[in-house]
Structures are given as structure tokens and as C-alpha cells.
Design a binder for this molecule. Structure first.
Ligand SMILES: NC(=O)c1ccc[n+]([C@@H]2O[C@H](COP(=O)([O-])OP(=O)(O)OC[C@H]3O[C@@H](n4cnc5c(N)ncnc54)[C@H](O)[C@@H]3O)[C@@H](O)[C@H]2O)c1
Length: 321
């Protein structure tokens, strides 16, 4: 049992991480400024503190009062497009506020951190599935700022004894019984497809159907949010030095059309598709390897079936209507 502070624990993935920690018997404090998160996403067993990472005094007081022994760091800005037009926001929050968190941990001698990173730190892949040994060369400020924080962690372990695991993954998807995806604006494929199924948007736009893939649409890597939450919990027990693990769905990934077909099947609704032009910089296929995570953490995706992922997301969306 550990006392764990979850930054960004009112967000989509963080709230499910908090649930998984609680169900394993850990004590959880959620620290979130609610810029994107929702108070009602925080599981009832967790203590909620409404605070910003930039508020060093409140952060220290929270860590001290809760006697936190570890931190799971999920709080970040994470919209790729926004990061390109407003990189300063991403440096300030993902790097600046991240370093402020590390300062507080250093001061309070908290030596364990799990960091939610992204496979975007690797940039355009030369080889698939993407392994940890692939070069890191991000192509947008979002990936760059996540990499900058990962790099800081390398130095902080030796110098200050803050041991960490960075988890890099592509697309969190699906929902737990009580928490699911509610981004605003929503940019992720599965909730957008389900909005089309629910009649909340007229159609779903597919950006390019002439890629060299099995049905011409892009292949992406979706991981069930509960599987991701399990990875964060397992990583807490493996903080030694500064490690990084890629997490992937296994197999060949899922095409955009396969997601839409799964949604048609699950919802029994009509979903209209419009084919638009390719988006610049969209690779045909993106999948990550999870071999190292399986070897060291004993993690593999247990809920990888795309139909099951879409079904859980639909159940959650229906429960909110
Ligand atoms: N969603 C994905 O597919 C995905 C993929 C890879 C990595 N990630 C990473 O996982 C993490 C969580 O993503 P998510 O999709 O749940 O996003 P989210 O926006 O739902 O959650 C982020 C939470 O952090 C909070 N937050 C942001 N800045 C803060 C600050 N300065 N102080 C306090 N709270 C702050 C927000 O209010 C929000 O509740 C992020 O770090 C993201 O980069 C997400």
C-alpha cells in the first residue's frame, strides 16, 4: 500500500488510474486545476485538491499533509495542433510546471514518479512497431515538451534520488464503469465516431482512404484506458533509475474504417462517412511495441479487442445522455 498523489486525476486517463490505485488498496490524492478535468470524474475514495501545479505552496502543502510516497504525473496539455500554434503554453505547463513538481518532490524527499508520456517523443517512425531504442525526434512541441521532461528525469534520478518510469503510448480509448473520454474540444476518433452514431454530428470525416494499408485508411494503436491504468500502477513498483517503456495494443493496430465498423456493430446505428484529403504529416501506420514493458513490468494489454473498447466507450457515452 502506498500513498499516491495523482496530478491530472480529474482527467480522462488520470481518473481511471485513480480508480485502479484505489482498487489495489492504495491511498489516493487527486491534484487537478480542472482546466480540462471534471470534479465528478474523481473516484469517491480519493481525496480531491483543486490546485494548479504552478502553485508551489499548495502543492507542497498537499504532498506534506497527505504524506505522499509517490506521484503519478498525468497533468499536461496534450493537443498536438494547439502545441504547434502555442508552444509557450506547452513549455510552461508540460516542462515548467513539471519541473515545479519535481522541485516539490525533491524538497519533500519523495522518490517515486510515474510519468504519462507519449510515443510522439519518437517522431516519424523509421521502423514498426516502435521500440524504446528508436530515435527520439519529436515533430511537434507536444512531443518535444514530453521528451524534455523525460530527459530531466534522467538527471534527477542520479542527483536527487527521484526514480521514475515514463510510459509512452499513442491513443487511450474506451471507458471504465464510471469514467470515460469527455475532452473539450474532442479530437479523438472513437468519441467522434460515437457522436456521429448518436446523431450529434452529421458524419465522420476520414482523412485519406488511399494509404497502403489493408483498407486504405490509417492504422493507429488504441489501448483500453483500464489497461493503461494498470500499466501506471505496475510502473509504480518499478521506479528504479529513469526508465521508459512503450505501450502498444499488440498486433497490427486498427484502421480508421475498422473503428467505424466496430462502432456501427456496437451501436446498431448508421454512421455516415465523408472522405477528405490526407492530413499533412499523418503516417499510414503507427503502432508501438510493448515487449520491454511485458518483460520488466509484466504488462500486456488484456482488453485489446477494438469492439470491446468501442462498446465500453458507447456505454459510457450513453450513461451521460
Ligand atoms: N489521451 C491520450 O490518448 C494520451 C496518449 C498519450 C499520452 N497521454 C497523456 O496522458 C495524460 C492524460 O491525458 P488525458 O487524455 O487524460 O487528458 P485530460 O486533459 O483529460 O487530463 C489532464 C488533466 O490534467 C489537468 N491539468 C492540466 N494542467 C494542469 C496543471 N497545471 N495543474 C493541475 N492540473 C492540470 C487537467 O485539468 C486534466 O484534468 C497527459 O499527460 C497526456 O499527455 C494521453
Amino acid at each position: 500500500m502506498m500513498r499516491v498523489l495523482v496530478t491530472g486525476g480529474a482527467g480522462y486517463i488520470g481518473s481511471v488510474v485513480a480508480e485502479e490505485l484505489l482498487s489495489d488498496g492504495h491511498e489516493v490524492v487527486v491534484y487537478d486545476n480542472l482546466a480540462k478535468g471534471r470534479r465528478d470524474a474523481v473516484p469517491p475514495g480519493a481525496t480531491f485538491v483543486h490546485g494548479d501545479l504552478g502553485d508551489g505552496q499548495l502543492l507542497r502543502e498537499t504532498l506534506r499533509r497527505s504524506r505522499s510516497e509517490a506521484v503519478v504525473h498525468m497533468a499536461a496539455d496534450s493537443l498536438v495542433g494547439e502545441s504547434v500554434v502555442d508552444p509557450a503554453k506547452y513549455y510552461a505547463n508540460n516542462v515548467g510546471n513539471g519541473l515545479a513538481l519535481l522541485d516539490a518532490m525533491k524538497e519533500l524527499e519523495i522518490g517515486r514518479l510515474v510519468f504519462s508520456s507519449t510515443v510522439a517523443v519518437h517522431g516519424e517512425p523509421k521502423k514498426l512497431p516502435i521500440e524504446e531504442t528508436a530515435p527520439t525526434d519529436p515533430v511537434n512541441p507536444y512531443g518535444e515538451t514530453k521528451l524534455a521532461f523525460e530527459r530531466a528525469l534522467r538527471w534527477y534520478s542520479g542527483a536527487y534520488g527521484i526514480h521514475s518510469v515514463s510510459l509512452r503510448y499513442f491513443n487511450a480509448a474506451g471507458a471504465s464503469e464510471r469514467s470515460g473520454e469527455r475532452h473539450d474540444p474532442e479530437t479523438h476518433l472513437i468519441p467522434l465516431v460515437l457522436q456521429a452514431a448518436a446523431g450529434e454530428r452529421p458524419a465522420i470525416t476520414v482523412f485519406g482512404d488511399d494509404y497502403k494499408t489493408r483498407d486504405g485508411t490509417c492504422i493507429r494503436d488504441y489501448i483500453h484506458v483500464i489497461d493503461l491504468a494498470r500499466a501506471h500502477v505496475l510502473a509504480l513498483g518499478a521506479c528504479d533509475g529513469a526508465r521508459a517503456y512503450n505501450l502498444g495494443c499488440g498486433g497490427d493496430g486498427t484502421t480508421v474504417m475498422e473503428v467505424i465498423d466496430a462502432a456501427r456493430e456496437v451501436t446498431g446505428r448508421k454512421i455516415d462517412v465523408e472522405v477528405g484529403p490526407r492530413r499533412p504529416g499523418d503516417p499510414a501506420r503507427l503502432v508501438a511495441s510493448f515487449a520491454r514493458a511485458e518483460r520488466d513490468l509484466g504488462w500486456r494489454p488484456a482488453l485489446a479487442d477494438i469492439r470491446g473498447i468501442v462498446e465500453s466507450a458507447w456505454r459510457f457515452a450513453e450513461s451521460r445522455r
